[in-house]
Structure formats: C-alpha cells, structure tokens
Design a protein around this ligand. Structure first.
Ligand SMILES: *Cc1c(COP(=O)(O)O)cnc(C)c1O
Length: 227
C-alpha cells in the first residue's frame, strides 16, 4: 500500500474530471477519511499534501487530534450524539453531519461556551434509504431557517451519502439533488454562506465532481480496503 502515490492518483483524477467538466480543480478539495487507519498512515497522507482529515467517531478522532493537532482541518462526517458535542467542538473545524435541531442547538451552546463559531453542514438523505441519517430534502429549508437564529454556528454547506450502488451513474441523481437543493436555497436567500457540497466517495467521486462537489470524502482509494 503506497499512501502517497494513492493520494497523488486521486488528485490526478480530480484534475482530469474537472478539466472534462469545465471546473477549476482548485474548487474541489479532498477530505481524507482516516477512520480505518492509525496515526502513522495519517502522517503519511499529510506529507503527501492532505489538508483535511475526516473522522466519524469522537473517541478515535480525539486520540488522533492529540497527536496531529490543528495543522490540518478536521471534519466530522459521522453521526454525532449530543453527549459528545462538547468534545467534538474542541476537535472539529467542520461538523458535516448535522441533521437535527436538538443537535444544532447543542453544538451552538458548546461552541458559545468555547468562545468559537463552528462551521456546520446540513446532512441530507438524498437516497431515500431509511438506514441513512440526514434530513429529507423537503425539510432542509425550514430546518436552515430555524438554525439561522443560532449565533455560534455558521451553515456553510450540505452533505450527503449517495445510494450504496456499485454503478456510480446510478448515484448521480443523489448528487444532482443536493446541487439543486443548494441552488434553490441560495436563490430564495434562505441562507448566505452555503458554499460547500460534500458528496462523493471512493466509488463515485468523479460523478460527484461532475455534479458540483466542492468536497469529496475519500477513504479506501487512499488506504486500501479494510473493515
Ligand atoms: C467511510 C466514509 C467515507 C469514505 O468512504 P470510502 O468509500 O472509503 O472512500 C466517506 N463518507 C463517509 C460519511 C464515511 O463514513
């Protein structure tokens, strides 16, 4: 397993996809998902140029954060329980998985206590799969409207996990839905900082870039298959 080379290959594929779809490759960043690996592997991918690390468990993220620190940006991409928000606010620059008012309020409260403003993304369920976290697309507008009152969070993006289908073309409608949703929210002036679309993983990131992803979340293509 050559982490550095894998990371370079991903960057190459991002460039090619952007060139093909008329996008600027500087507008697509990689969140390297390190949930399956330990600190040496993370250090290696940082050496290769990674600047954003994605984790889905607070306990693991804390241990890694203690070693690696804030020379990279930390994104939480997994479900967050309310009782772990305090710690999450200490570690993460962006919480990508916000999908309830209760959670948003807790993040706001803890961020305020810490004297910070935290960037959050609203997680949207674009696949209709019931096992997934995330809001129904129809509920996002009213949700964001309520969040606007919370002063210590800033809504800067939407995140989705596409359908788990082997053919990336079949996932395209999920990504397109997220893009259109952001456009609609911006057109209606529901919120003003909504820039990011976090969508696309190892299997389908090229399609996600074609559909407007600003952040792709990549684990296996960098670190190989693990469980
Ligand atoms: C694990 C994970 C990823 C990375 O998936 P790969 O298929 O390994 O690239 C991306 N997003 C979320 C939310 C994840 O949990």
């Amino acid at each position: 397993m050559d982490i550095k080379n894998n990371y370079y290959l991903i960057q190459q594929r991002i460039k090619e996809t952007c060139a093909r779809s008329g996008r600027n490759s500087g507008d697509v960043k990689t969140v390297v998902v390190t949930k399956t690996v330990q600190i040496p592997a993370i250090q290696e991918v940082i050496k290769a140029g990674a600047t954003i690390i994605g984790e889905n468990r607070i306990q693991d993220a804390w241990q890694k954060y203690e070693q690696i620190g804030s020379r990279v940006s930390w994104h939480l991409i997994g479900h967050l329980q309310t009782n772990k928000v305090k710690r999450a606010v200490q570690i993460f620059n962006v919480i990508e998985s916000v999908d309830s008012l209760h959670l948003a309020e807790e993040i706001n409260k803890r961020a305020k206590e810490a004297g910070k403003t935290i960037d959050i993304f609203v997680q949207v369920n674009t696949s209709g799969e019931t096992s997934k976290f995330g809001l129904h697309p129809d509920d996002v507008e009213s949700f964001i409207t309520r969040l606007e009152a919370l002063e210590n969070i800033r809504i800067t993006g939407l995140m989705t996990i596409g359908a788990f289908l082997p053919d990336p073309e079949k996932v395209r409608p999920c990504f397109r839905m997220l893009y259109n949703l952001r456009q609609e929210l911006l057109d209606k002036k529901i919120t003003k900082n909504l820039y990011h679309l976090s969508m696309g993983m190892t299997n389908d990131f090229e399609v996600a870039i074609e559909e407007g992803a600003t952040l792709i979340r990549i684990g296996r293509a960098v670190f190989g298959e693990r469980n």
